[in-house]
Design a protein around this ligand. Structure first.
Ligand SMILES: *Cc1c(COP(=O)(O)O)cnc(C)c1O
Length: 414
């Protein structure tokens, strides 16, 4: 049975009314967009949510239809289904993008665009506070392919122009910086990169499109680990790249050449996660900020890196560009990794684990040994906290146990 494309006239009218309403009402808030994503329930009998379509083969009406398949919306499972399209469209709308692709992990959402726009002999500039696996891909696969990689200071701003070479094809940004939260002047970097003929990419996982919209600041490709807040429940992995009209075709072409897309049940979970992402983020944000303020007042904490704190060195850069914070920040414990381990091992409620954006709180000790420019402090170890949806009083009590364990060992050491 044809599912989505053979719509009755009433349905088409309804869809047109919706489209008109959307284009007239450009002020619709992000939570309204999340609740009423661009998927039209009337395209399938009025069911509120899109169907989960499991597919490889798509049947054609005739050999002629097969020959002219470029004009058809769906031709093969890898190329997309109404399920993947519903999520792509929702993300494009949130990002203000022309098109979005889905891939099986956040890391693949970094590697696919880099492969799409770089080749042997090209030069690529990468922010030094980048997510460590991004650096590993650049230093490993890209260098092996013959791409020249250089890392730059997150605070470089318009000064990036001095690093641009005639063969600079990509400038890769992440804001805030991974684990250390340095903010960037995104528009200044992108304007200089564009003037030099480079494509810009920004890993926007921390802010989500609710708190930062990179394309409005001049970025060409906005990258997300959907694994984090869009999924929101630590039970799936996925990534997305949202692209401008000028970059979308090359991105999509590379995705298809490599042969990556996202699996239908996971796509459905992300669509479901998006419906509550706004309210979840409000809670993550409020709880994280409360904990950050509490940690900032403690004598046993050397520094708190949370962009919304006025004491944070890049607070002004944050406030000018972002409309909110998610639930991830770091604080500096005096001492080395041994002290950090004592603190972390005393936590019971807050789990020790990678990733973030889920319902449960997590902590890790940050390793900054790979940094070349944006190095960590000489003394102390950063603890990165992912603040989940628990009650803040319980999280404070757990952190108190960590501080108490630390104080106890400091006491025995004399
Ligand atoms: C987690 C993360 C990724 C990678 O996402 P995965 O789905 O775990 O591969 C990419 N960028 C940032 C900033 C992340 O935190």
């Amino acid at each position: 049975m044809p599912v989505v494309h053979h719509r009755c006239r009433r349905t088409e009218q309804k869809a047109e009314e919706l489209t008109n309403a959307r284009s007239k009402n450009r002020q619709m808030g992000p939570n309204t967009l999340l609740a009423h994503g661009p998927y039209d329930p009337h395209s399938l009998h009025g069911f509120v949510n899109p169907p989960v379509i499991h597919a490889s083969t798509v049947l054609f009406e005739s050999t002629d239809a097969m020959r002219h398949r470029k004009s058809l919306p769906y031709t093969y499972g890898l190329r997309g289904t109404p399920t993947t399209k519903a999520l792509e469209d929702a993300l494009s709308e949130l990002e203000g993008a022309d098109e979005t692709i889905l891939v099986p992990s956040g890391l693949a959402a970094i590697t696919v665009p880099l492969l799409a726009f770089l080749g042997a002999g090209d030069h690529c500039l990468v922010v030094d506070s980048v997510y460590t696996p991004t650096r590993q891909f650049c230093n490993g696969t890209l260098r092996r392919m013959g791409v020249e990689i250089a890392y730059f200071d997150p605070h470089i701003g318009a000064g990036i122009a001095d690093l641009m070479k005639p063969n600079t094809k990509v400038v890769f940004l992440e804001a805030p910086g991974s684990n250390t939260f340095e903010m960037m002047d995104v528009a200044a970097v992108c304007a200089a990169a564009r003037a030099g003929g480079a494509v810009t990419m920004l890993d926007n996982t921390w802010a989500t499109p609710l708190y930062f919209r990179p394309i409005a600041h001049g970025v060409d490709l906005s990258i997300h680990a959907l694994t984090k807040y869009p999924g929101g429940h630590s039970d799936l992995m996925m990534g997305s790249v949202s692209a401008t009209a000028a970059t979308a075709a090359q991105l999509r072409e590379t995705q298809m050449q490599i042969g990556l897309n996202a699996a239908p049940d996971d796509v459905y979970l992300v669509l479901r996660g998006l419906k509550t992402m706004g309210v979840r983020l409000e809670r993550h944000q409020a709880s994280a900020l409360e904990l950050a303020r509490w940690l900032e007042r403690r004598e046993d904490v050397a520094e708190v890196r949370h962009p919304a704190l006025p004491s944070f060195f890049d607070h002004a850069l944050y406030a000018r560009q972002f409309s909110g914070c998610s639930g991830l920040f770091s604080f500096l414990l005096p001492g080395g990794f041994k002290q950090a381990a004592t603190f972390l091992d005393a936590l019971e409620l807050i789990g020790l684990g990678y990733s973030w954006g889920g319902h449960e709180s997590l902590a890790v000790a940050v390793d900054l040994s790979d940094r070349t420019v944006a190095k960590g402090p000489k003394d102390g170890t950063f603890i990165r906290l992912q603040v989940g949806l628990e009650d803040v009083a319980d999280l404070k009590a757990d952190l108190e146990a960590g501080f108490a364990a630390l104080a106890a060992t400091a006491g025995t050491a004399g």
